[in-house]
Design a protein around this ligand. Structure first.
Ligand code: GMT
Length: 380
């Protein structure tokens, strides 16, 4: 198959899923064309079946906001025509689903029907999509997609609750590549971070408000009093300054390391004993899944799709959003006992295996085939 993939090229979860999916499809022999404004963060390795088309606009004094949507639609049309793509898979509805609809209409003038699949990832529905500034276009373009997937049952239900949707939404969960995310021996590294055998807790995110990184610090403050421990914070974003200030206020700077954006997250997960994801809203929680694949139990909120990934009392614990006391007690229960930690580690790995790339990839391939076949009879 010749597949176009449109996504945000940043470290955000939707871009990561899109990129990992594209690379896995390429390894299976499909021809994959990424269309983005920058090379996707995880698209670092050369592969003969992977092509990258950069969206470039023209700057003009009239444009306070360069018209990215127009440039992206034009690039989609160009790539579909010249590379003869079979299907376009857009990740994150805004603005990609609407732009794909425009590209489809343009291509139709040449008698070419472009099947479009939109994957809903989370904030495109839960936080941004139902804002009146975007809602009519988001709703319209979801309904006009030939296929729609959501990364969790929660997100599908939430989409149906918030929007007037006349099309089926298929749930295809996030996945993890065990070739990359697995427990590896990094003991020398662990000794450098925790020289006295302290437990290591980790949080990774884009430090947006929705991630509630402050809760991570509040929980750590309590856990640290009971269990000798260190905290690693991976990623960067708008809340980082505030979180750093908080660490200074509570006097735990020596125990908390801000590592910024990291490419090799798996090496840090490999030395971690516990992962925190206390999000306000989380459609799935890819970061939690990657931690679990590295045998790291998870302390999470019970928001959104997190209960589909993290199993309470088995792979970690879930608490109400903002309940830092419960999160701390749960963390201490796991970290305070070697035997308990080992059991949770084993359970986390078993649960993560349900989302192995090799299981999820065929679901996407089958869906592409279904949508292409169904679209063969479409004319509008
Ligand atoms: O909010 C983020 O962390 C980024 C966001 C995105 O769309 O780029 O991530 C969302 O997509 C991920 C991949 O499908 C999901 O695992 C995340 O749960 C989801 N984030 C939220 O819903 C907040």
């Amino acid at each position: 198959m010749k597949i176009g993939i449109v996504c945000y090229p940043t470290f955000g979860g939707s871009g990561v899923v899109a990129t990992e999916l594209g690379m896995a499809l390429a390894k299976r022999g499909h021809e994959v064309h990424f269309i983005t404004y920058r090379r996707p963060a995880r698209l670092s390795v050369f592969h003969e079946n992977v092509f990258y088309h950069e969206v470039t606009g023209e700057d003009y004094p009239l444009f306070e906001y360069p018209p990215y949507d127009t440039a992206l639609a034009s690039k989609m049309v160009e790539v579909v025509k010249f590379e003869k793509l079979d299907i376009m898979h857009v990740h994150y509805a805004i603005p990609h689903a609407a732009v794909a609809y425009m590209a489809k209409k343009i291509l139709l003038q040449d008698g070419r029907y472009l099947p479009v699949i939109t994957t809903l990832h989370g904030t495109d529905i839960t936080l941004v999509g139902d804002n009146p500034a975007f809602k009519p276009v988001v709703e319209f373009s979801i309904n006009k997609s030939d296929g729609v997937t959501a990364v969790s049952h929660f997100l599908r239900d939430e989409t149906l609750r918030k929007f007037s949707i006349s099309t089926d939404i298929k749930v295809i969960h996030n996945f993890v590549d065990f070739e990359r995310f697995r427990k590896i021996d990094k003991d020398h590294f662990k000794k450098a971070i925790a020289p006295n055998g302290e437990r290591i807790m980790t949080h990774t995110s884009n430090f947006r408000k929705v991630k509630r990184v402050e809760d991570v610090i509040r929980v750590f403050e309590k856990v640290h009093r009971a269990v000798p421990s260190k905290l690693l914070l991976i990623g960067d974003g708008p809340e980082r300054r505030h979180v750093e200030d908080l660490c200074r206020q509570i006097g735990l700077c020596d125990e908390i390391r801000f590592l910024g954006k990291q490419d090799a997250v798996e090496e840090l997960l490999a030395i971690s004993d516990l992962f925190f994801i206390p999000s306000q809203s989380e459609s799935f929680g890819l970061a939690a899944l990657e931690a679990m694949a590295c045998e790291v139990p998870v302390i999470s909120s019970n928001a959104g799709g997190l209960p589909e990934v993290n199993i309470h009392g088995k792979t970690g614990f879930l608490s109400d959003v903002g309940d830092v006391e419960a999160m701390a007690q749960h963390a201490i229960a796991i970290l305070g006992d070697d035997q308990v930690l080992q059991t949770f580690r084993k359970n986390a790995l078993e649960q993560a295996q349900r989302f192995d790339l090799s299981r999820v990839l065929p679901e996407y391939e089958a869906y592409y085939e279904e949508i292409i076949e169904r679209s063969a009879v479409r004319v509008d």
